[in-house]
Design a protein around this ligand. Sequence first.
Ligand code: MLT
Length: 328
Amino acid sequence: MKQWIALAALAAVSLGSYAQAFPGNKPISIVVPFAAGGPTDRVARDLAEVMRKHVPGSNFVVENAAGAGGTIGATKVAKAAPDGHTLLLFHIGMAATPALYRKLGYKPLEDFEFLGMVNDVPMTLVGKPQLPANTYRDFENYIRANAGKLNIAHAGLGSASHICGLLWQTNMKTKEVMTTIPFGGTAPAMTALIGGQVDMMCDQTTNTTAQIEGGRIKAFAVTTAQPLSGHPVLKHYPTLQEMGMKGFNLTIWHGLYAPKGTPAAITKTLNEALKKSLKDPDFIKKNEALGALVVNDKRVEPEEHKKFVAAEMIKIKAAVDAAGKYAD
Ligand code: MLT
């Protein structure tokens, strides 16, 4: 019995010393479960830059661990040492993957410490430059006439682009289903879209806005309930609700996570740094320029973040079970 008490005391001391020494001189990795250059990667790199200002002596770096709709990177962090040096930036996939993958390497509500939400990002329906349509109605008619011959790209089952494509196609009720083409992220999918190798995609405005503005891809609609009338580029596109898809409203959200068991002193330091970062004018401007909104409500608090994800998990599981389509 004595040695268990001694061991527990030792563990407490070492964890305590972890917390005292944090961040120390070891970099803090923000794991992005998608390919470099994509929308989640972009948010992570901007976040790493601003978080450095708010954790004295820290060096935040971004590490990409792509694949399987984000589940590979999320599993990596769930199994990482709980020392505050391995974090995860993940989006709606955190809530969707448990519904789609019946065999998953993590349980969101049990295997992670929630550090707070980061931003809300609308999605856009976009097509390759050669697509013979310039309005949503043209696009819709073209798809109704050719669905079986067309394809739609996404970043893996359970990814934001997959969920959006699935919800939109379900609402389209086309007779034939389009072929889906998975990528390790929407960065490589965007390259294929610009090159005309794939026909269309539903992707985050943080990845599409610059390409739309540059005329390298076509855009047809936004997935938010309200038009993005305040945005210089995205204000030109109707909402899917305006195009007749009653109640269609999809905005994806990003949150920050640490492995379960990360000392409370460290998660508190990271949450406080995150809250200061979310008030950083430069970080806010960067997000708004790409149609995203930095979170400034109760979801910046870990317990509210967790409640929000738990509610999203229930909502998405109901939709997935209703569709009866699983990733495994
Ligand atoms: C990415 O960063 O590639 C995206 O977040 C992928 C997705 O979920 O669509």
